[in-house]
Design a protein around this ligand. Sequence first.
Ligand SMILES: *Cc1c(COP(=O)(O)O)cnc(C)c1O
Length: 245
Amino acid sequence: MNPIAAPIRERYLQTLDTIARAAHSVGRAPESVRLVVVTKTQPLEVVRAAMEAGAITLGENYPEEGVMKIQSLSQFSAVEWHMIGHVQSRKAQLVAENFNFLHSLDSLKLATRLDRFCAQAGRILPVLLEFNVGGEESKFGWQADDESRWSALLAQVSAVIALPNVQVRGLMTMPPLGSTADSSRPFFQKLKRLQAYFSSQFPQTNFSELSMGTSGDYQTAVQEGATLVRIGTAIVGARQYNVEV
Ligand SMILES: *Cc1c(COP(=O)(O)O)cnc(C)c1O
């Protein structure tokens, strides 16, 4: 048996257990939280070990790397592949044709291109709108740190909603770099308020998904309402840059 499989399986199961306990601590059903196992930079054998442990939702950050894995592991047809990293417009076609879900939609330009490629491929892509609620200049996502200016986002969000082949399902955020489990909490709470704001402004659209929380702060995120947590290092270990996948 593959020697990396046992520790990955153990950490995967431990993580599910921790999610369940965090959910129970605030009266939520553990099934309302989906675990996305983030396998960016990890070789195929690691991804395979995660699948064998039971992972059914995998997260990738780089379109080419993700597509290579999707094609190599196509026999695992029950698995969903989620794109969670920033997508350059010129990579829209790769994402539209290969991924099951996009967490990181961060511009109308990208949305428009995805919509066109989805139409050509006869697919509908579920997406989350990524917001930067932490106020850092360098981060991706629509700027949404200043709550008094949220109405300025409505025109763009409305334009994304109008696209027929990308289907808005909710919101995503990454807290500022260096955040801790505690310092992330206000950002998760702010994303939840933004979700409520959009839900009231666009009652016909389903904003029910909240993608927030990574290895360092997913318990906090679950307590604050995450429906998708994106966890890499806590399950598959440190990232393996420069690896031949
Ligand atoms: C890499 C990454 C993660 C996973 O981070 P870990 O700290 O390894 O759990 C989650 N979300 C995004 C957007 C990422 O790029």
